[in-house]
Design a protein around this ligand. Sequence first.
Ligand code: AMP
Ligand code: MG
Length: 340
Amino acid sequence: MKRLFALALVLALLCGCGASGKSNKVSSTVFAMDTVMTLTAYGEAAGGALEAAESRIHQLEALLSISREGSDVYNLNHDREAVVSEACGGLLTKAGEITENTGGAFDVTVYPLMELWGFPSGEHRVPEQDEITGALSHVGQNPEVSELDGHGRCSVKLPGETKVDLGGIAKGFTSEKVLEELAEAGVETAVVSLGGNVGLMGKKPDGSDWIVAIEKPDGSGENIASLSIPGGGNTFVVTSGAYQRNFEEDGKLYHHIIDPKTGFPAETDLLSVTIISGNGTEADGLSTALFVMGQEKAVEFWRAGVYDFEMVLITEEGVFATPGVTVTAKETVTRLEAEG
Ligand code: AMP
Ligand code: MG
């Protein structure tokens, strides 16, 4: 009997099952969308919920991947016209809205340029100006999306030789869907990180704030600042920066965030942009867009209030943050004012 009790105690400790069940914490790691994703959920429903969330990630990857034969995006880029899932159609529509609201800084039609710079294949090279001019002529025309049948499926047509790439927004969208899936399975508290796209749900079980680190934008893997987020509903924290994917040629660094106006990696005074928002898709799209805009335009955009978000900008001069976010950094944090 004593041995049985001891075994039960050990099992309870291993599971981390507390009296309320709330302290039960389950984590899993998934490799999808070319990145490592970590999912942690709390509570009694956590185990089953994580399995459902993993399936959702794989399902979305199969629809949104640019390279996987048969995905919606693959079919579109190859056939110019396709019937796509609700996820893909909805995301293309949302991306089009962000393109319009950011004056074209965010644009999923940059794919011909991504190909030219060799990012998808990994065969990086600096293209000639006339190649860039040629590719630019296929950038900037929005895909035509129309809803089909009331089941969410859409018919999409790509104008001219346009090709789309959802890489700047798909992970943020997926993090949102993952939190939805976890909530449907009964989870109230979770933290997920999809290759740097962080999604937080609910309040931390011990009542303390969630802490999300912002990486030093030099590729060292060290942190430059950390955010304290009280939580409650869903919060998404997404960072874009040149340090995340790049190559060097003749001593110059060429990164993966393309300015759709010039066709070159964005010439920006920002080293990284972190967006904090209740909407994961917007957080991802905006982190890419504001990086392209540069500091001055990014601040103007935030002040204009088209989207509801907080942000942290890292530049050579230091750390700049909007008033609604708690940031700790070794360097001084300059507060951005709502009025310019
Ligand atoms: P992110 O890491 O979210 O900033 O997104 C960068 C990825 O988005 C790149 O790897 C490309 O797949 C795609 N991309 C690059 N430039 C742009 C742009 N100006 N607008 C939209 N997507 C872009
Ligand atoms: Mg993005």
